[in-house]
Design a protein. Sequence first.
Lengths: 249, 249, 249, 249
Amino acid sequence: MEPVEIRYLADESSDGPAILVGGLPGIGQVGKVAVDHILNELEAEKVAEIHSVYFPPQVVSRPDGTCRLVSNEVWRYRSPTSTYLFLIGDCQSVSPEGHYALAECYLDCAERYGVKRVFTLGGYGVGHLVDDPRVLSTVTHPHLRTVVEEAGGSFEPEEPGSGIIGAAGLIIALGGRRGMEGICLMGETSGYLIDPKSAAAVLRVFCRLTDLGISRDRLQGRAEDMEQALEQVREFERVRQNDELSYIG
Amino acid sequence: MEPVEIRYLADESSDGPAILVGGLPGIGQVGKVAVDHILNELEAEKVAEIHSVYFPPQVVSRPDGTCRLVSNEVWRYRSPTSTYLFLIGDCQSVSPEGHYALAECYLDCAERYGVKRVFTLGGYGVGHLVDDPRVLSTVTHPHLRTVVEEAGGSFEPEEPGSGIIGAAGLIIALGGRRGMEGICLMGETSGYLIDPKSAAAVLRVFCRLTDLGISRDRLQGRAEDMEQALEQVREFERVRQNDELSYIG
Amino acid sequence: MEPVEIRYLADESSDGPAILVGGLPGIGQVGKVAVDHILNELEAEKVAEIHSVYFPPQVVSRPDGTCRLVSNEVWRYRSPTSTYLFLIGDCQSVSPEGHYALAECYLDCAERYGVKRVFTLGGYGVGHLVDDPRVLSTVTHPHLRTVVEEAGGSFEPEEPGSGIIGAAGLIIALGGRRGMEGICLMGETSGYLIDPKSAAAVLRVFCRLTDLGISRDRLQGRAEDMEQALEQVREFERVRQNDELSYIG
Amino acid sequence: MEPVEIRYLADESSDGPAILVGGLPGIGQVGKVAVDHILNELEAEKVAEIHSVYFPPQVVSRPDGTCRLVSNEVWRYRSPTSTYLFLIGDCQSVSPEGHYALAECYLDCAERYGVKRVFTLGGYGVGHLVDDPRVLSTVTHPHLRTVVEEAGGSFEPEEPGSGIIGAAGLIIALGGRRGMEGICLMGETSGYLIDPKSAAAVLRVFCRLTDLGISRDRLQGRAEDMEQALEQVREFERVRQNDELSYIG
């Protein structure tokens, strides 16, 4: 097995400008939930499968009882004006070297389809529950900033202070070295749980930047379920706190 | 020394269909105990020895005072209808890259003997003592599911939720890419101790899937010894709990 | 992407003896703060950019909302008598192998410019606040000791007891193997916070060893701001301690 | 820089049978202290120096204020009947792969001098203070067991249960694959502190197995100093324990 293996399952044709959209697992699973949701709403086809020794040595079970090696995948969708390539999957690299090698692999695939613009969707962990998550952004070219701001993305020079770690930032930065425009959209998230609310916020900004009219209904339904679960947690904490106070008192 | 070294100690002949059975160290040592037990009951011959820089830098002592480098081994046994290759040994890889390289090595060996079906035996950690361990399973091909269920294996779509990490899953998944059928049998185990009871449960399912009539008597004796030890632990915990209760009371 | 990539942005000319000065991130950010300060005071030009898979998989945001891959850089400044090459940047390696590979890369760059002497500036963590930080030193050649002592550097045979870990020591030691003279200057620092006072102490010794007349005013201003912040911490601790004492009393 | 570099400083001549003796840093520094002591007592010459990217990225200070890259070294001593090669130095590998690569390097060096027997000296951590440390042993060939037992070494089939991790075991096991006889002598040690008493015990067994008449006086002096330091620790603990008891009482 090669360190990074990509297997193409379809031709490399694309209609109109080609756009890569990455949504890999990460904090709050924000990017993964957003892109998984898009693929549930669209009729896309799988065009590539990626395996790597930099992925964890892991298999995942399918509902029919079979298993498969962890992998990432690229799915293609042709909108009226563009061709979208969605990068989704099970994992990021477990080592720094692997992160670089895999990002280059994703970009090789993007070049095959003539991609000129790359989006990466992800989460930005703030360590506390967020009622109305902002979508923090970073881009590869200054002129993209206005475009993203008009779509509702925020740029906070002080955040994220320590840089963006992982595939979302790396893919657009390495893509920039190949001449691709890159936009990274990160929804604020507590990071404690899967966060569909943050994913919906990211998706709203993302859709305004493309011609994809993705309904967020199902995602918002999932966000509401998660909110109810969280509300129960909060209620439980309030009760326990009161009990403790009355005990002390 | 090469990253992974396999030394063959015998010809590559096999009679009837060849079957690989992996039982490497892991949680509760379930797979290792099961396959070590099989080899104690059969007259098998060692056919290959594997060393690797991905193994820990470790030697193990033999009863005669000598030591040897940690290694994994392959043993061959010819049943009336099939040839079995048992993969046993001291360790799994210490790095993700090593896991992939070693799994490929085991499968190279399997191909040499014309293996068409691969079993891997292991444990599935649940974090609490289990009275009657189920044998959770995953397979490479849908038609194997019925076969395994009829032999007493379980398929729980929700378990193991986070995937199966390590050699047991990796070997069958990478074997599937080479066209081999794969069955992974994982006995539920607390994971706290060596678990011969879980190994016996795995063995029962395994034997029904093969023509190997392995007595589990000795294994069950060992499981009973372990149960007695555990019973003492439980008794001790009960006493202590009562003491605490009466103290509080 | 190559494991270590250096991209040269200018010719390799140098006037007079060439000198490499390394100030990479590290304990108390002492070396980084010192060399960043020098570059703020001088008109230097960027001559090389280094990327590496041994760096963390990270991007950093710029004030204009764009981001860039983490990197280290080399800047050139021609003083009346010498040519200085300043090595600064975002990070050190995340693995031992990477540390060695990157140090060799920095020295390849130094050789290109004919460097004969290498300085590395850094911190020496002592785990407590230091009022008047010494500048502990180590050198590659015995005759350099007197030179450094005359400039105010200290040599304590017992310190640092466990050796110097990271780029500052490695660069001069590997440079010594290439025939370059090396001087490592480490300002004592608590290691708790960015430490401009320690950086100023290092800079004072460093400037006496070169013909660079760098004003330390701005650095000392920054050190005073930090002192005020620290004073508030100390005051807070005194108050709390008194409270605790009166409670016990 | 190559992953592992050995630089030879002398010809490869040896008189009589050649013997490699390894004493690298490790638990209680037992092996290092023992071999450092031997070299203090003998007139040996340095014949090789080893650097490696698998060593920590570290330099160590010399008393004259200069520093050097961490390294291991081989020193040669010709006794009336044999040639000894002593392997000493600053470190072991930081990764499993490095451990294997370095052990092969040491053995390449041994082969250059025609070594037929390898000793490795080290510690065996027991986690509590030991009054009269045994010297636990393991060998590559069964006939060596009697030889070692007659010299005072112990063989405990149950110890060390989890195998011997690190260079001491690896060197003799990999040497065995090259046809060299190997003897590993491990002094019991608490592992808390540098343990010259354990080193002296190892040395006593080692000397009986060679024609080296090494005085252990200085080593025992050092052990007594350490004992006094330990006695103060014990006394302090007794006092504190009594205080606590009287407080409870």
